[in-house]
Design a protein around this ligand. Structure first.
Ligand SMILES: *[C@@H]1O[C@H](CO)[C@@H](O)[C@H](O)[C@H]1NC(C)=O
Ligand SMILES: *[C@@H]1O[C@H](CO)[C@@H](O)[C@H](O)[C@H]1NC(C)=O
Ligand SMILES: *[C@@H]1O[C@H](CO)[C@@H](O)[C@H](O)[C@H]1NC(C)=O
Ligand SMILES: *[C@@H]1O[C@H](CO)[C@@H](O)[C@H](O)[C@H]1NC(C)=O
Ligand SMILES: *[C@@H]1O[C@H](CO)[C@@H](O)[C@H](O)[C@H]1NC(C)=O
Ligand SMILES: *[C@@H]1O[C@H](CO)[C@@H](O)[C@H](O)[C@H]1NC(C)=O
Ligand SMILES: *[C@@H]1O[C@H](CO)[C@@H](O)[C@H](O)[C@H]1NC(C)=O
Ligand SMILES: *[C@@H]1O[C@H](CO)[C@@H](O)[C@H](O)[C@H]1NC(C)=O
Length: 397
């Protein structure tokens, strides 16, 4: 269905006026004009619904998931004319698609990890999680063969990795041709940064597994500072919270690791649970999500990267998520910020204005741009939405 909407927008400070053109929203999308919902009145049913659980999304049009919410007309240029939103892989009962997405464009494979420590992950103190890949060429072929807009279900391939890789939770790359993962560790086995060969036999090399003799708590996510081969990673306490790691022994912090010198140091602290991490393409700005939740932060913090030291400075709030907490975070080539939240993927423009959501009515931790579109990891399911926005380059030579 194509919906015509008249936009009333605030285009400049202190000036509110009507945009004198109609905007056409593509099929599968709805426009949610913020002005329509600024005043809900005392009897709104939303207060009770959203008070019960912050993961209940705001879906005032009652549209059936999955669908796209447009909060600002600028989101249309991210979507393009026909953003088909479909399931591409599904395995009810097993949370096979949680986090650590790495897109190997050369092989057209998307690697990712299963849920570690959470329900339906089938792991914990005694059991490891798994890393798999989805062959995006097979996804393209299945979509081509299916009727227009139909869901497909492509089989994933699970890797048989070395026992040194325990509870993968974050990933990025390719890093010098390799998958770069951070692991949360398991029981007394240490969290680590590991390289994995993206081709058989998927052999691994551990780069780091301690901070001057102390184990990390449970490493969560990782990015490379653009233009360098320096690795930045977060260390929250989810291993302990999810009962597969002992008590934390260090604060929840963000670290910088230079593999060429072996030096590791803290670049930011004062988080509840530092989680996703990302940089702008120019390497001058960093983002760290905090999944504290409830009345603790569900917040994306923004920092300047000190050009001299690469420490994070000038911390400020970039965005607070209205649903769930922002987990994994990715930027497109225009600097728009995508994060996995309570009921799908939220998208903010570079100023921190919420401009749209990919609404799936389920908590999503991560997503990744591929040549076929944006893949959203939804634990027991994977979705593909073939938007025109492209992901920024995450790799290093
Ligand atoms: C919107 O489009 C309709 C026809 O599709 C037209 O009648 C109307 O004047 C347009 N409104 C504006 C504000 O351009
Ligand atoms: C809210 O509900 C109460 C009780 O039903 C009613 O008396 C009141 O008029 C309603 N308020 C509004 C603004 O609709
Ligand atoms: C929200 O939930 C809390 C705890 O359940 C309750 O005390 C409070 O009255 C609720 N607030 C509203 C506006 O429903
Ligand atoms: C959505 O559903 C609720 C509950 O059934 C109803 O009160 C509300 O009017 C519906 N909203 C729209 C826009 O259809
Ligand atoms: C470990 O995995 C096995 C299957 O591989 C499963 O039967 C068992 O319940 C798992 N144990 C835990 C603690 O998750
Ligand atoms: C991925 O699928 C393509 C097309 O079916 C195939 O040629 C290729 O060998 C597959 N790659 C892997 C690693 O399975
Ligand atoms: C995998 O093994 C090959 C051959 O020994 C080696 O060149 C490569 O560095 C290894 N890769 C990793 C990530 O360990
Ligand atoms: C979201 O899922 C819940 C159950 O988990 C269901 O009750 C609700 O109707 C769904 N909402 C939408 C908008 O699909």
């Amino acid at each position: 269905m194509t919906i015509k909407a008249l936009f009333i927008g605030a285009l400049a400070a202190n000036t509110v006026y009507a945009i004198t053109s109609n905007v056409t929203v593509p099929p599968g999308a709805v426009y949610i004009d913020p002005l329509t919902y600024n005043v809900l009145g005392p009897n709104s049913t939303w207060y009770a619904a959203r008070n019960l659980s912050s993961a209940v999304g705001f879906n005032p049009t009652n549209t059936t998931s999955p669908f796209i919410q447009v909060f600002d007309p600028s989101f249309l240029s991210i979507l393009g004319p026909s953003p088909t939103f479909r399931l591409i892989a599904s395995n009810p009962g097993f949370a096979f698609a949680h986090e650590a997405p790495i897109y190997d464009a050369g092989n057209n494979l998307l690697f990712f990890s299963s849920n570690d420590g959470g329900p339906l992950g089938y792991n914990g103190w005694y059991n490891n999680s798994v890393v798999s890949f989805l062959n995006m060429s097979e996804v393209d072929e299945a979509i081509e063969a299916a009727s227009p807009g139909a869901d497909v279900n492509v089989q994933i391939t699970t890797l048989d990795l070395s026992d040194t890789v325990q509870m993968v939770n974050g990933g990025t790359g390719l890093y010098k041709g390799n998958l770069l993962f951070v692991t949360s560790g398991r029981a007394l086995l240490p969290p680590s940064i590991v390289l994995v060969n993206p081709n058989p036999p998927y052999n691994t090399t551990v780069l780091l597994d301690n901070f001057l003799g102390r184990q990390f708590n449970s490493l969560n996510d990782v990015k490379i500072l653009p233009g360098t081969d320096i690795i930045f990673f977060t260390d929250p306490t989810y291993g302990y919270i999810n009962k597969f790691r002992p008590e934390p022994m260090m604060p929840s912090q963000v670290y910088r690791f230079d593999p060429s010198t072996g030096q590791v140091r803290v670049v930011a602290d004062q988080f509840t649970e530092p989680n996703g991490i990302a940089f702008t393409a120019d390497g001058r700005t960093a983002f760290v999500t905090d999944t504290g939740g409830g009345t603790y932060p569900s917040t994306i913090y923004q920092f300047d990267v000190d050009p001299a030291t690469q420490s994070f400075m000038n911390r400020r709030v970039f965005a607070y998520a209205d649903s769930g907490a922002p987990d994994g975070i990715q930027l497109d080539t225009m600097g728009n910020v995508f994060a996995g939240c309570g009921e799908g993927t939220h998208v903010w423009n570079p100023e921190g204005t919420l401009i749209g959501k990919f609404f799936i009515n389920s908590t999503t931790a991560e997503m990744m741009f591929t040549k076929s579109g944006l893949v959203i990891l939804d634990e027991e399911r994977m979705y593909l939405v073939d938007i025109v926005a492209q992901g920024m380059n995450l790799g290093t030579m």
